[in-house]
Design a protein around this ligand. Structure first.
Ligand code: NAP
Length: 258
């Protein structure tokens, strides 16, 4: 699978396609991550809140894929503010790794976000997170962290998909050097939309792959979740076709704004 990656600085390279693991736990999570690594994903998205870090870690080890070939993200629930260090320690222990590739603040903390961010900066300096970022933040909330600490989040993981496409919002992130990572690519999309089915038929793929390919061609990181082995595999097979400019523009317009 050669889908490409984005640099996050400090040597961290984030593959544009990752595997989402929300709402899969226990043996299901273990099996899904094993299947994902087998299918070629080299980027796994988890979170303290998902309750599956131990299974993700076990799948990673059992897969035989070298640790440095897999990009692993986890996230701090904001209610753990003040307990950042112990929460990351617990994530590293559960995952069985010395460092995560990306640690995100899962949502904007209600109180003292800058203090939380300072702990993230410390974790990166200590080498326990190779890159640090946020999730579900507005650009002004990102600016607040940058202004207070001089360190801009490398990534903002936000709900995204063709219907939510907002070129201005993407540009605002890029001006700041923040990588946009989209989540819930399918839940935010009508996979029966005629625009998607037409484009999918033209390339001999399913609409789900068109949605993933659209993200990747926009250089927006995308992390589809599936607990179904066939879908885990087909969702990873998006390197064999390229959307034309006309097709990209038609998908951009599904949300009615550009
Ligand atoms: N930061 C945040 O606040 C946040 C919030 C939500 C999600 N996330 C992350 O983003 C990941 C993805 O988002 P998500 O899990 O919300 O939703 P999603 O990936 O958009 O959708 C998952 C759903 O789509 C189905 N699906 C998968 N492949 C399909 C295909 N080829 N055709 C048709 N349906 C398909 C899955 O069914 P089966 O599993 O039955 O195959 C599942 O029901 C999460 O797992 C998580 O890692 C982050």
């Amino acid at each position: 699978m050669t889908i490409g990656a984005l640099s996050l600085g400090h040597g961290a390279e984030m593959p544009l396609l990752g595997f989402g693991t929300w709402q899969i736990r226990g043996e299901k999570a273990y099996e899904a991550v094993r299947d994902a690594l087998e299918a070629g994903y080299r980027h796994i998205d988890t979170a303290t809140m998902y309750g599956n870090e131990a299974e993700v870690g076990r799948a990673l080890r059992d897969s035989g894929v070298p640790r440095d070939e897999v990009f692993v993200t986890t996230k701090l629930p904001p209610e753990r503010a003040g307990r950042e260090r112990e929460t990351l320690d617990a994530s590293l222990r559960a995952l069985g790794v010395d460092a995560v590739d990306l640690w995100l603040i899962h949502w904007p903390p209600r109180r003292r976000p800058v203090a939380v961010w300072q702990q993230f900066v410390a974790a990166r300096e200590q080498g326990r997170a190779r890159a640090i970022g946020v999730s579900n933040f507005g650009v002004h909330e990102i600016d607040e962290l940058s202004a207070a600490t001089g360190v801009t989040p490398a990534v903002n993981q936000i709900r995204f998909g063709p219907r939510l496409y907002d070129a201005k919002l993407v540009a605002q992130h890029r001006e700041r050097g923040v990588v946009v990572e989209g989540y819930s690519p399918f839940k935010t999309t009508n996979l029966h939309d005629p625009v998607l089915t037409r484009i999918a038929a033209a390339h001999g793929v399913d609409p789900a792959r068109v949605v993933l390919r659209w993200h990747v061609q926009h250089e927006i990181v995308v992390i589809p979740k599936s607990a179904t082995p066939e879908r885990i595999a087909t969702n990873a097979a998006i390197d064999g076709f390229t959307l034309t400019d006309e097709e990209m523009a038609a998908i951009d317009q599904l949300g009615g704004r550009r």
